[in-house]
Ligand binder design. Structure first.
Ligand SMILES: Cc1ncc(COP(=O)(O)O)c(C=O)c1O
Length: 384
């Protein structure tokens, strides 16, 4: 070992996909080998098995797998008939895909603000966004609450506003698959729910993947058609405009194996989050999980006074500890979205969060000594 290697502590991965791979052992290799054996690479038997297991996991009538979380959102919007002239209300503090899909189907994203405590959609801002949309000559048609960083949005407050405004509710659960809200799993909280299996997500595959959950038989049937170019009785009977949005059989095979250890991983992630919060609560604003909710901790995100996070990121980087900023710019300030309406009153919480949040390494295999190293480094950098 050279002098430098001895002085520099080993770099810590932000998400340790390799550690999970070691735990899974040969099971994923064997699952992929089975697909290589039967050669049904598109909509093979593993896709059907996975869909049944996902539906059982969430307690929904239907789980429709697809090519990504973005396609999952698009499948719902297309099947629900959202299009030109329609306003789709989205929180501004989220990943681009939430609003992108509204624009892609020809509708208009209208931005609402989020709540200070949970970073999730503010129902009052949702109400104001509907009024703003109507003033702009748009028909408020749908809302996409996001379960940011793994915590469900507050559906018991969002739903009454959605009902009063006659909005279709599409839960963007890209980050929250496996979370619960008052003893119900994500997937069963809204008429339709979209999730992502991107590798960094709580349940990730080894490429892109996603799924939609619903109890609505008609919606499910249309989404299955849209997923395969709008097919009808068969592939060459085209009954509507669709997309190529299928999940690969190989990714389904990977997900079947990963789903077996997922409940255990959820517990491990919650343990990491609890230890972070008890180690950091006196030096930073640590995340709050609302009563009755559980998070799957897609991110562990702390909040600092303005101007402090760059120094923290630099200090941690020097010690081999990566950080990330989700999200540095709220969507209504991003170039392609600047022309779209924002709820009356603006989105000041989203703007403040974009300046103040910073996320720490988070995964199910973060052992206690490594976590203690991160906690000590954060405390040292913040003068705790
Ligand atoms: C909130 C949110 N919505 C949608 C998506 C899109 O998912 P995907 O990357 O699988 O298309 C993501 C993924 O990062 C996300 O975080």
């Amino acid at each position: 070992m050279n002098q430098r290697a001895r002085l520099d502590p080993a770099p810590i991965p932000f998400i340790d996909v390799a550690a999970q791979r070691r735990r899974l052992g040969r099971s994923v290799d064997d699952a992929i080998a089975r697909v290589l054996g039967h050669c049904q690479f598109i909509l093979g038997p593993e896709v059907r098995t996975l869909e049944a297991e996902l539906a059982a996991f969430c307690g929904t009538r239907h789980a429709i797998s697809c090519a990504s979380g973005t396609d999952a959102l698009i499948l719902v919007l297309m099947a629900a008939g959202v299009g030109p002239g329609d306003a789709v209300i989205c929180p501004s503090f989220t990943f681009t895909a939430t609003a992108e899909v509204a624009a892609l189907v020809g509708a208009t994203p209208v931005f609402a603000d989020v709540e200070e405590a949970t970073f999730n959609l503010d129902p009052e801002s949702l109400r104001r966004a509907c009024a703003t949309a109507r003033k702009a000559g748009l028909r408020p048609k749908a809302v996409i609450p996001v379960d940011l960083f793994g915590q469900p949005a507050d559906y018991s407050r969002v739903m009454p506003v959605a009902e009063a405004e006659d909005l279709f509710v599409l839960d963007d659960a890209a980050q929250s698959f496996g979370a619960t809200y008052h003893n119900r799993r994500i997937g069963a909280l809204a008429p339709a729910t979209a999730t992502s299996f991107f590798p960094a997500k709580p349940l990730g595959c080894y490429g892109d993947g996603g799924a939609v959950f619903t109890d609505d038989d008609d919606l499910a049937q249309v989404m299955r058609s849209v997923r395969v170019h709008g097919e009808g009785r068969n592939k060459y009977d085209c009954v509507r405009i669709g997309i190529n949005g299928r999940l690969d059989t190989m990714q389904a095979a990977v997900l079947i194996e990963k789903l077996k250890i997922f409940p255990d991983e959820i517990v491990a992630r919650a343990h990491v989050a609890r230890r972070y919060s008890s180690g950091l609560a006196d030096v930073a604003t640590v995340p709050i999980v609302a009563q009755g909710s559980s998070s799957v901790w897609a991110q562990y995100t702390i909040r600092l006074a303005p101007g402090r996070r760059d120094a923290l990121a630099t200090a941690l980087k020097a010690q081999g500890i990566p950080t990330a900023i989700y999200y540095p710019i709220p969507l209504h300030r991003q170039v392609p979205y600047q022309g779209f309406p924002v709820a009356e009153g603006g989105a000041p919480v989203s703007e403040r969060l974009a300046d103040e949040v910073i996320s720490l390494p988070m995964h199910a295999y973060l052992d206690e000594p490594t976590q203690d190293r991160i906690i000590e480094a954060v405390r040292g950098a913040l003068g705790g």
